[in-house]
Design a protein around this ligand. Structure first.
Ligand SMILES: NC(=O)c1ccc[n+]([C@@H]2O[C@H](COP(=O)([O-])OP(=O)(O)OC[C@H]3O[C@@H](n4cnc5c(N)ncnc54)[C@H](O)[C@@H]3O)[C@@H](O)[C@H]2O)c1
Length: 408
C-alpha cells in the first residue's frame, strides 16, 4: 500500500493519506490514549456515506479484534500476556444536509453515546465529509468534557481542509457555524479509495480549496513553511506545482500547509501577526469572503469549494484594483484555477446578474470572521504577502461591477 504518514509535531493529530489506509485505523485505536486503553468505539457516519466505506473502517477494527482474540487463545501470547481484549463497537448514523448540522444532532448523538456506555477512555470515529466531522467533532469536544475523536475524511474537501485543524461547529438559525469549539482529532485518515464514490461536483469543491493552497503557498514559504515541511518529512519542492502531483501527494501537501498554519495560530486567536507567530489562521480564508456571499445568493447551488474558486479570482481582481498586486499575479490566479479544471462551470454557477452589488456587500459584512469595523475585511494579496485588509464598500462595489460584467 502506497501511503504518506504525517506525524504532526504539535497538537493537531497525525494524518495518514493513501489508497486503502483506513485499514490502519485499528493500530491507532489500539494505541493507548491519554485516558487509557479504549474498551468501546463509536463509529458515527453520515446517512449518505456509502456502506462499503463504513464497512472498511469497521473491518479494520473487527479484523484486529479477531487477531487479538486468536492471540488471546494462544498459549504463547497468554503466557506473555501481550494480547488485548477485543474492543466493543457500535455504529451510529447522523442526518446529513446543512439544516441538520445543529445542536439537536449533537444532543441526539450524545444521548446515544451515553446509552452505549461510551466513557472518556473510549474513542469516537467520524466517517464522512466536513459536515459529519463538524457535528461529531463538536460532540466529542463536549461529551464527558471531551473524548478522543478520529476523523475518517471521505470527501476531498474534508481531507484537505475540514477534517484537519480541530475547528468544529454546528449551525444556529441565526447563521452557519455559530456554535463550536477547538478540539484536535487524535488522527485523521484520508483514504483516497473512499473518493472513488464521490460525485464530480464534490471533487471540484475539494479542488477549489486545493487551488487556494496553491495561491497562498508563496506567503507561507516566506514565513517558514519549508522548515516546517522538513520537520514533518514533506518535500517542499513539490509545492510549486500541486496540480501536477498525484492525488495522495496533492492532499499531503495541502494537509502540511494547513498543519503549518494551525501550528502557528491554533485558535485563530488574533487577526494580527505577532513576533512569535508568523502567519494568522485567517490566511486560510483567502477567497472566502465573496464565496460565502455567493453561496447565499445562489441558494447554495454553488458548492463551497467552487465558490471559493470564484472568490479567489475576485480577491485577485480587487487586490489589483487597489494597486496591491500586478496584472501578472492576477493571471496566476486564473491559471491556478485552470490547472485544476475549475473555471467554466464555476463562473456559470456563480453568476449574480440579478443581484445588486450592495446586497453582496451586506452579505460580506455579515461574515462572522470580520473584525469590528465598518469596512469589509478581506484577505488580500499584496507586497507583504496575503494578509487581512480593510476595504471600503465603494472599492468593493466598483470591483464587483467589473467582475460581474466579466462573469455574466
Ligand atoms: N471545521 C472546519 O475547519 C471546516 C472547514 C471547511 C468546511 N467545514 C464544513 O464542512 C462542511 C462541508 O463539508 P464537505 O464539503 O465535505 O461536504 P459534506 O460533508 O456535506 O458532503 C458532501 C456530500 O458528499 C457525500 N459524501 C461524502 N463522502 C462521500 C463518499 N466517499 N462517496 C459518496 N458521497 C460522499 C455526503 O453524503 C454529502 O452528500 C460544511 O458544513 C462546512 O461548514 C468545516
Amino acid at each position: 500500500m502506497n501511503f504518506i504518514s504525517i506525524a504532526e509535531k504539535t497538537n493537531s493529530g497525525n494524518v495518514i493519506i493513501g489508497d486503502g489506509v483506513v485499514s490502519k485505523l485499528s493500530d491507532i485505536i489500539y494505541a493507548e490514549n491519554e485516558n487509557g486503553t479504549p474498551s468501546r468505539v463509536a463509529f458515527v457516519a453520515g446517512e449518505n456515506i456509502p456502506v462499503e466505506t463504513i464497512d472498511r473502517a469497521i473491518s479494520s477494527l473487527t479484523n484486529a479484534n479477531k487477531s487479538n482474540s486468536d492471540k488471546a487463545t494462544s498459549n504463547t501470547y497468554k503466557a506473555d500476556n501481550v494480547y488485548k481484549d477485543a474492543i466493543t463497537y457500535k455504529k451510529f448514523t447522523i442526518k446529513e444536509g446543512e439544516k441538520n448540522k445543529n445542536l439537536q444532532a449533537v444532543e441526539k448523538l450524545s444521548e446515544e453515546l451515553c446509552s452505549f456506555g461510551l466513557t472518556r477512555a473510549d474513542v469516537i470515529i467520524s466517517i464522512g465529509g466536513g459536515l459529519v466531522s463538524d457535528i461529531v467533532g463538536f460532540c466529542a469536544s463536549i461529551y464527558h468534557r471531551g473524548v478522543s475523536v478520529i476523523n475518517i475524511a471521505t470527501t476531498l474537501l474534508a481531507q484537505v481542509d475540514a477534517a484537519i485543524g480541530g475547528k468544529t461547529a454546528v449551525n444556529l438559525k441565526a447563521g452557519k457555524n455559530l456554535v463550536g469549539s477547538f478540539h484536535q482529532p487524535r488522527a485523521i485518515i484520508c483514504d483516497t479509495e473512499a473518493l472513488k464514490t464521490l460525485p464530480e461536483e464534490e471533487l471540484k469543491n475539494g479542488f477549489g480549496e486545493i487551488s487556494k493552497y496553491q495561491l497562498i503557498a508563496d506567503t507561507l514559504i516566506s514565513n517558514g513553511l519549508l522548515d516546517y515541511f522538513s520537520e514533518i518529512n514533506l518535500d517542499g519542492s513539490k509545492i510549486s506545482n500541486i496540480h501536477s502531483l498525484n492525488l495522495n501527494e496533492q492532499i499531503a501537501i495541502c494537509v502540511g500547509m494547513k498543519l503549518f498554519v494551525v501550528s502557528q495560530d491554533e485558535k485563530e486567536s488574533s487577526q494580527e501577526k505577532t513576533r512569535e507567530r508568523q502567519v494568522s489562521r485567517t490566511i486560510l480564508n483567502y477567497g472566502h469572503t465573496l464565496a460565502h456571499a455567493l453561496e447565499v445568493v445562489t441558494k447554495f447551488k454553488i458548492g463551497h469549494g467552487q465558490a471559493v474558486a470564484v472568490g479567489l479570482l475576485f480577491a485577485a481582481e480587487l487586490a489589483y484594483d487597489l494597486g496591491r498586486i500586478s496584472s501578472e499575479r492576477v493571471v496566476e490566479h486564473y491559471q491556478a484555477l485552470k490547472a485544476f479544471e475549475l473555471m467554466a462551470t464555476e463562473l456559470e454557477l456563480a453568476r449574480f446578474d440579478k443581484v445588486e452589488e450592495s446586497q453582496i456587500v451586506e452579505l460580506m459584512k455579515r461574515d462572522k470572521k470580520r473584525v469590528k469595523s465598518d469596512d469589509i475585511v478581506f484577505v488580500l494579496d499584496g507586497e507583504n504577502g496575503i494578509e487581512q485588509v480593510k476595504v471600503k464598500d465603494e472599492a468593493v462595489v466598483a470591483t464587483l461591477k467589473t467582475f460581474k460584467a466579466k462573469i455574466n
